[in-house]
Ligand binder design. Structure first.
Ligand code: NDP
Length: 312
């Protein structure tokens, strides 16, 4: 069985940054890239808020650079999906979808979170061309345009408020007849003249020849007075929640009720010594590349300390 000092699971900014640091510390490192090599940023259009890129950079390009940087310091990049992780004792035993088994002294989980989508074919059709799940990432492209946000929780209200600062108008499309968000966020939304809340509405499709030009919506779906109509929008933002990719670790690791891995204070340490969680899989709040990269760095520094303490 292959053995390694550090196994990193996930290839977003958190995983690659961790690999840069462990590599530079001469810690033998294997990184499994997972289902979507490069992570969520590979499906965003342009990254303008990552420091160091004054002209912006495309998501895939930045992830290619990060990968090359990690490889330069010796991390072994592998394509494959980790399907099983036995974290009950050290060394930890990791199983990959091709059957490979690896024993690792330390593990950094950087598997990210996946935005939930409505499940419409049009979401795929217009991905990166008017459909987004991150207002902070893509809102800037909708200055003085009309957008819609789907969802009624804190994220949706926060994204609608953020977008209202850029766009000329924001529809907030809520399936129930109330918002689930905290009162303060609800007040902020209801008092914003640029936001129109469409309660009891669902999006059923999108249309447009050159990117999104509008959405088909239905009001009071399934009721006697059900009504179908179209709204003209330039962008649709999904804010109906995220799923942290932590399923295979939940048997061993403490998580919150949604499945986000709980870490200890400012450290990415989990409840299992030698196992760290970095990036969105442990971050329901910020979900930013720069924050993920920072936590990947912290996890690698913790791995270095953990190994040094046991080997000295
Ligand atoms: P939530 O689960 O709180 O809300 C999801 C929203 O999306 C709900 O309004 C839900 O509707 C709606 N929704 C879900 N599926 C669909 C669907 N298929 N079609 C239409 N609407 C749908 O997720 P959030 O991401 O908003 O928040 C996650 C957690 O993070 C919460 O605990 C939240 O409080 C917290 N958070 C806190 C912030 C802060 O404190 N500043 C900022 C952001 C998040 P329904 O109500 O009908 O189920």
């Amino acid at each position: 069985m292959e053995k390694t000092k550090c196994l990193i699971i996930g290839s977003g900014p958190a995983g690659y940054t961790a690999a840069i640091y462990t590599g530079r510390a001469n810690i033998p490192t294997i990184l499994y890239e997972g289902l979507q090599p490069g992570g969520q940023l590979t499906i965003t259009t342009e990254i303008e808020n990552f420091p160091g890129y004054p002209k912006g950079i495309s998501g895939p390009e930045m992830m290619d650079d990060l990968r090359l940087q990690a490889e330069r310091f010796g991390a072994s990049m592998r394509s494959g999906i980790v399907t099983k992780a036995d974290l009950s004792q050290r060394p930890f035993r990791i199983t990959v979808d091709d059957g490979t088994e690896i024993e690792a002294e330390t593990v950094i989980i950087a598997t990210g979170a996946s935005a939930k989508y409505l499940g419409l074919d049009d979401e795929k059709k217009y991905a990166g061309m008017g459909v987004s799940a991150c207002a902070t990432c893509d809102g800037f492209f909708y200055r003085k345009k009309v957008v819609a946000v789907v969802g009624g929780g804190d994220t949706a209200c926060e994204e609608a408020s953020y977008l209202a600062g850029l766009a000329s108008k924001v529809y907030l499309i809520v399936r129930k007849n109330y918002l689930r968000a905290s009162q303060i966020m609800q007040d902020r939304v209801m008092q914003n003249p640029k936001i129109e809340v469409l309660f009891e509405h669902n999006v059923t499709g999108l249309f447009g020849d050159n990117g999104v030009e509008g959405a088909h919506v239905v009001r009071r779906k399934g009721e006697a007075d059900e009504q179908h109509y179209d709204i003209a929008i330039d962008g649709l933002f999904l804010a109906i929640g995220h799923n942290p990719n932590s399923e295979i670790f939940r048997e061993y690791l403490d998580t919150d009720e949604t499945g986000y891995i709980l870490t200890q204070g400012a450290s990415p340490a989990t409840n299992v010594p030698g196992v760290y969680a970095a990036g969105d899989v442990a971050d329901p709040r910020y979900r930013q590349a720069i924050v993920a990269a920072g936590s990947g760095c912290k996890a690698a520094l913790e791995v270095e300390k953990f190994l040094a303490e046991r080997e000295s």
